[in-house]
Write a protein of this length. Structure first.
Length: 143
């Protein structure tokens, strides 16, 4: 496949640079909302937690990290009051995690940040171009 109009452009570099810009916009928005004490890995854990409580081992599988790594991440998130941890009533050995009130506020701030970041990134495209971009990316990801 050739890139006739832009032969010296690396698609991989464009994707990586675009994602870096998107990520920076997200981080800036979340920081502006008052949540500046998180590492990227901790923010990713929050993004992976739904409204329902989850076992740490299931969260580790969802994040594709070891149980030990997830244990360290969630312990820090509990300490920072983003997560609550309690015994599983059906399995006393297991611990359940859920978002604390602060964690729910962070999750909402993250969702708002995604909307703002996407809007900023797509602001130079019209509706047709935006839809074409989405279609192209979905096609590129299809197996």
């Amino acid at each position: 496949m050739t890139q006739a109009n832009h032969p010296d452009v690396s698609i991989g570099k464009l994707l990586r640079t675009t994602f870096a810009k998107y990520h920076r916009l997200l981080v800036d928005q979340v920081h502006e909302a008052g949540f500046s004490d998180l590492t990227p890995a901790q923010a990713e854990v929050i993004a992976l937690i739904d409204a329902d409580p989850i076992k740490a081992i299931d969260l580790a599988a969802r994040a594709e990290v070891s149980k030990q790594a997830m244990s360290l991440l969630t312990a820090e998130l509990v300490r920072k009051d983003y997560l609550e941890q309690y015994a599983d009533p059906q399995d006393g050995r297991a611990k359940l995690l859920k978002l604390s009130e602060r964690g729910r506020h962070l999750k909402q701030a993250g969702q708002d940040a995604k909307t703002i970041a996407e809007r900023k990134l797509l602001s130079k495209l019209d509706d047709r171009e935006t839809q074409a971009l989405i279609d192209y990316l979905l096609r590129a990801l299809a197996d």
